[in-house]
Design a binder for this molecule. Structure first.
Ligand SMILES: [Zn+2]
Length: 285
């Protein structure tokens, strides 16, 4: 019995003399480690289909799916090699960032798989890669995995609920959205959303991140873009300090649901390279 599915390669490591253990985000069966026998001895068998960031069609042994073992790869065929990542280190770093945040929140696949495939393809074709794209990608990943924070009212007392403001999807091309009339001054990670000034004063400071109106309006524009890649002009009114704070907020939102202290090496490298990159992330100058 065989299982045929599509997947995006997250990483691999050698096992034994000639085999590879490959971590794959599959389109329908969640995150899987599979064994590619002889992949190191005979590269022609799988070619680049098991390279990190490749999108591939796979035929696997059914054993391993039912018994928590490791399925064996019988065949791996490339759908998209994302070839520009091999010659553009900045793009590769960004691609690894997409992979590392999606894998943290991966469940079955489905929409989150499509989100990752779309994001990698856009990066590969040079249609995305600015910091706003990375911010949007991170927020959309949170939305698809059920961790998008409430941004249009105070989650503690409900203020702003009937203010007539609220979160609306912006028109195509819009770079900002109406922000709620209530004074939302911080994001509470433990409460799962924005809080007003008086509720912020009663919240656990360790779980709070301060928000300016520009930051809130940028986050609303990113969230409102939903499935479309956000307009790169969103967030243009942010000061360097505010852009940095957006990066800090997104990092905490990404890691909070999985216990907080998670290594994100691609994000750290992007931040460390900062100004050396043509599109710094998250806000480094
Ligand atoms: Zn409140």
């Amino acid at each position: 019995m065989m299982v045929e599915l599509e997947g995006i390669v997250c990483g691999s490591r050698p096992v034994g003399e000639t085999s590879l253990l490959v971590t794959i985000l599959t389109d329908s069966r969640g995150k899987r480690v599979v064994r590619a026998r002889g992949a190191l001895k005979d590269f022609r068998r799988t070619g680049a289909a098991l390279d990190t960031t490749a999108r591939s069609q796979l035929i696997l042994s059914a054993r391993g799916f039912a018994d928590d073992g490791i399925p064996v790869v019988y065949q791996a065929d490339l759908i998209d090699a994302h070839v520009t990542f091999r010659r553009n280190l900045e793009r590769l770093l960004r691609a690894l960032f997409l992979l590392e945040i999606v894998r943290l929140h991966y469940a079955e696949g489905g929409e989150l798989y499509n989100h990752l495939a779309t994001g990698l393809a856009a990066l590969d074709r040079g249609k995305a890669g600015d910091r706003v794209f990375l911010w949007w990608f991170a927020l959309r990943t949170l939305a698809l995995s059920g961790h998008l924070p409430v941004l249009d009212r105070c989650v503690a007392c409900g203020a702003g609920d009937s203010a007539g403001g609220g979160q609306r999807a912006p028109d195509r091309g819009a770079t900002s959205v109406a922000i709620p009339a209530v004074d939302l001054v911080a994001l509470s990670l433990s409460a799962g959303g924005t809080v007003c000034r008086s509720c912020a004063g009663r919240s656990d400071p360790a779980a709070l991140e301060p928000l300016s109106r520009s930051i809130l309006s940028t986050l609303l524009a990113l969230a409102g873009a939903s499935g479309r890649i956000v307009d790169p002009r969103a967030g243009r009114e942010l000061s360097p300090r505010e852009a940095m704070q957006v990066g800090v907020i997104l990092r905490r939102l990404i890691t909070w649901p999985v216990g907080g202290d998670v290594p994100l090496p691609a994000l750290d490298t992007l931040q460390a390279c900062g100004g050396a990159l043509s599109h710094p992330y998250p806000g480094s100058e």
